[in-house]
Design a protein around this ligand. Structure first.
Ligand SMILES: Cc1cc2nc3c(=O)[nH]c(=O)nc-3n(C[C@H](O)[C@H](O)[C@H](O)COP(=O)(O)OP(=O)(O)OC[C@H]3O[C@@H](n4cnc5c(N)ncnc54)[C@H](O)[C@@H]3O)c2cc1C
Length: 447
């Protein structure tokens, strides 16, 4: 079996496959990157609330008994069941999973296109300019056709919190979106909450609006309008990978069915942002990967009944205070259920809700398939009470962490920080720095 890609869908496929089939399949992973980058936490990194995790891909791959080829998929010869790699080698396959993601394109000249870990430095520089007063007006622009705009809302909210925390005056933040309501994919209650939170933080909101161009410190909008802007922040537009030899739509996205089988090609699957599924998001990429792995494992004789992918969108929104958990059945599948809660709606509570990858990254290997991603909707009914309990748990964990650190019990202090990170997804302001100090303390006490 050959899996192409070194991101979310690729690793979820590998982990899911090994959960169903421990032995009997030789797996090769082809990826150009030596590190797996956990992009969602990049939004918190400029604010020193989290670090973008970089994990050694070879380690994860070999941990699951597969072999990594640092190379790039150049094309598929489906007739002869071979993949061609950019380094000129060829690999034969019985089963192929293409999980090469989408291509990210900058689309608005003059804007800061936030694309994850690589953009942290540029965003940090923007925060410095806000602090020293050289920039005052920032517009956060949601691109037309974007299906996953949560990171843009997070950047706007975290910026507003930073401005308030540091007492910076004269800053104006605006969020411009073609949506009729903010984060409308998560339903009316989430939009209402966003309306309130944005207003509370002093972020002006322009809905049903597209950004057209930036010229001379001005952002030109459609319907016609102009906003003064020292800096415009946006997200990349996505294009399909257009892999030679694979069927794709007009934008290059690979056409798949609900078992992630590539249409018309036997033994070929695709999962993740590179496919034609309408929403490009890590949790969805993982669900597609799970569907592919089940279908493949069943063919190899595993006792599993392959379930088609019935996508559920799960989002953990970092607001600058406690995170909010959002869940939506996706309309195209007939589901229109929306849940919003202050407590985790899935476990472990991770930014990318993936049945196998999330527990693996959180070190929860002992979770069973059904415990991971378990939907905890009944808990949501008591959201207010649980929100309070969550707050108290965080405060207690901070008290214990500080007490342990002051008594030089650094290992225990670090474990309390881990508890907070699990609760909130990020650390409270200032604690990234403290964690480094406590890690140094722990190392010194051991040597
Ligand atoms: C700032 C930011 C915040 C985000 N926040 C969230 C969030 O909160 N929750 C969430 O669920 N999702 C979030 N996402 C989206 C999520 O990261 C993506 O949807 C997810 O990574 C898609 O997984 P993938 O495997 O399809 O693609 P990727 O994770 O992009 O992986 C693609 C892999 O394929 C490799 N590759 C590319 N071309 C080739 C080739 N020709 N041959 C072999 N390998 C190739 C790449 O190097 C990469 O390793 C966020 C994204 C960003 C940028």
């Amino acid at each position: 079996m050959v899996i192409c890609g070194g991101g979310v869908a690729s690793l979820e496929t590998l982990l899911a496959l090994r959960a169903h089939l421990k032995v009997g399949v030789e797996v090769h992973v082809v990826a150009p990157n030596r590190r797996f980058v956990y992009q969602p936490l990049a939004v918190a990194a400029p604010f020193d609330l989290a670090e973008t995790h970089l994990l050694d891909l070879a380690e994860i791959v070999s941990d699951r008994g597969a072999q990594l080829h640092v190379d790039t998929l150049a094309g598929v010869d489906a007739e002869n069941r071979r993949v061609r790699l950019a380094g000129d080698a060829e690999l034969p396959y019985d089963v192929l999973v293409v999980a090469v993601g989408a291509q990210r394109r900058d689309w608005l000249d003059g804007a800061l296109h936030f694309g994850g870990a690589a953009s942290v430095g540029a965003f940090r520089a923007l925060l410095e300019r806000l602090e020293n007063g050289s920039d005052r007006l920032v517009s956060f622009v949601n691109p037309a056709g974007a299906t996953w705009s949560l990171p843009l809302y997070e950047l706007a909210l975290l910026t507003a919190s930073r401005v308030a925390d540091r007492g910076i005056i004269g800053v104006g933040l605006t969020l411009v979106t073609p949506e009729a309501d903010p984060l409308e994919v998560f339903g009316p209650a989430a939009s209402r909450m966003l309306h309130d939170v944005l207003a509370d933080r002093g972020i002006a909101l322009r809905v049903n609006t597209l950004a057209e161009r930036i010229h001379d410190g001005k952002l030109y909008l459609q319907p016609p309008g102009v906003l003064e802007a020292d800096q415009v922040v946006t997200l990349a537009r996505l294009a399909g990978p257009a892999v030679p030899g694979l069927p794709c739509d007009a934008d290059g996205f690979i056409s798949v069915d609900r078992h992630s089988r590539v249409e018309g090609l036997e033994g070929v699957y695709a999962a993740g942002d590179g496919t034609s599924f309408s929403v490009k998001q890590g949790g969805i990429a993982a669900q597609q990967a799970d569907a592919a792995a089940e279908d493949i494992a069943a063919q190899f004789g595993a006792p599993v009944t392959p379930a088609p992918c019935t996508p559920t969108l799960r989002g953990m929104l970092l607001t600058g205070i406690a995170p909010t958990y959002l869940r939506a059945g996706i309309a195209a599948t007939g589901g229109e259920s929306f849940v919003m809660a202050a407590n985790p709606l899935w476990w472990p509570p991770s930014k990318i809700a993936a049945r196998y990858l999330a527990p693996y990254l959180a070190g929860h290997n002992a979770l069973t398939r059904d415990q991971a991603l378990e939907d905890r909707s009944p808990l949501a009914r008591n959201a207010a009470r649980l929100g309070e309990a969550h707050e108290q748990a965080r405060e207690l964990a901070l008290v214990f962490a500080e007490r342990d650190a002051s008594e030089r019990h650094f290992r225990s202090a670090l474990e309390w920080l881990e508890v907070i990170e699990r609760l909130d997804g990020v650390l409270p302001p200032g604690y990234l720095h403290k964690r480094t100090e406590w890690q140094d303390g722990e190392r010194r006490s051991r040597s």
